[in-house]
Ligand binder design. Structure first.
Ligand code: XIL
Length: 370
């Protein structure tokens, strides 16, 4: 009898907690969203993919308009998409996004002008320094000036640093030398004078990379070139969010007169071998790395809610320094973490599930404002 009871108790507890979670997944259509709850604190943003920009799914579009007042293109403004050939630009989708953000009163953050990843093929093939400089200058001029006066901000340079704070050996560093970052900001300022200009990176809350990031910012400032803020991407892991380092970084960037943004927030629940978000780093797939393909335990969702709650409590503490918190996607089904760094996984990093329903983490973040 005792043995049977011992076996039964955990399942009964699980059943009760499952029902609790289902009750939490109540429909929130018609109610106010994150953007309203945090209106006095900072903007709440999301990354949008092609389908979302084109408003293909009614329910998803309704959710985006209810929850967010800032948007970042997940891919369509990256060089390989917006500038596929030497003398050809494709503004179709970026123009649609610009119109979408205007129609919905959302601040558009352009992502990104200068990044070593997702570059068009032709850029890698350019041999001469002069031609590469022409590519660099005309890319920034053409793209930034097209949206001048309309776009709220640009991630001018993305991920230029190594983990130890030194400059990454990218094609930009190789061809143009270390001053390319100052140059990028100078060109962006000229092409889009009213737009806020940011440096964006992952792990730049970690001490060594943060120190490199502070140096980089100081160099731009010393050259008399405008830089308005630093984006901390915020690709973090369940149970391992580096709260202390994040707080120290918010203070350190703010001390340089900068605005701070969390630009690509997600809290990953699946295991992997490394931290960070270098899109060129991959890991082979294996069933042990995909434990929740048939459903995620409530205990994990509860831990994620706790992590998100603590994070937003920290953001609220520094609401005078933080101007925007952007999630890297709307719902778990959209997240890039289903395909990276291990292909074909079922990940759960965001506030809305695959049915577009709010997860416990959503209620935890909203709960801080009740
Ligand atoms: C990711 C996109 O989400 C994916 O769809 C794409 O395949 C690769 O890039 N840091 C960044 C983002 O600055 O642009 C990356 O976005 C995620 C890491």
């Amino acid at each position: 009898m005792k043995k049977i009871l011992q076996q039964l108790v955990p399942s009964v507890l699980l059943l009760i907690s499952c029902q609790f979670c289902t009750a939490q997944k109540k429909n929130i259509s018609g109610s106010k969203g994150l953007k309203d709850a945090y209106i006095a604190d900072f903007l709440i943003g999301t990354a949008l993919n092609t389908g979302q920009i084109e408003e293909r799914n009614l329910k998803s579009n309704e959710l985006i308009r209810q929850q967010f007042n800032a948007v970042t293109p997940e891919n369509c403004m990256k060089a390989e998409h917006i500038h596929p050939e030497w003398d050809r630009y494709d503004f179709t989708l970026p123009d649609k996004l610009m119109a979408y953000s205007q129609k919905n009163n959302m601040k558009l953050n352009g992502h990104t002008l200068i990044w070593h990843s997702q570059l068009p093929r032709f850029a890698h093939r350019i041999q001469s320094v002069d031609s590469f400089r022409t590519f660099f200058e005309s890319h920034i001029n053409t793209v930034a000036s097209r949206y001048s006066g309309k776009i709220f901000s640009w991630d001018v340079v993305n991920e230029a640093l190594n983990e130890d704070g030194t400059l990454r050996k990218s094609v930009f560093l190789d061809k143009l030398g270390p001053d390319y970052i100052v140059e990028a900001f100078r060109l962006a300022e000229k092409a889009s004078p009213k737009t806020e200009l940011y440096y964006n990176d992952y792990n730049n809350e970690q001490p060594l990379k943060r120190a490199g990031c502070l140096e980089l910012v100081k160099k731009v400032q010393a050259a008399g070139v405008r830089i308005d803020g630093v984006g901390i991407q915020g690709h973090w892991h369940l149970g391992k969010v580096p709260f202390a380092a994040i707080e120290e970084s918010i203070l350190a960037y703010h001390a340089l007169g900068l605005k701070v943004m969390i630009t690509e927030l997600d809290i990953e629940v699946l295991p992997r071998k490394f931290q960070g978000a270098d899109v060129n780093q991959r890991q082979a797939s294996n069933p042990a790395l995909n434990p929740y393909a048939n459903g995620i335990p409530d205990s994990i969702l509860a831990q994620q809610a706790k992590d998100y709650e603590e994070l937003f409590r920290l953001f609220l503490k520094h609401r005078d320094k933080i101007t925007r918190v952007t999630f890297w996607g709307v719902d778990d089904g959209q997240s890039w973490l289903n395909g990276w760094p291990v292909p074909g996984r079922t990940n759960f990093p965001l506030l809305f599930d695959r049915q577009l329903l709010p997860k416990p983490a959503y209620h935890a973040v909203m709960g801080l404002k009740k």
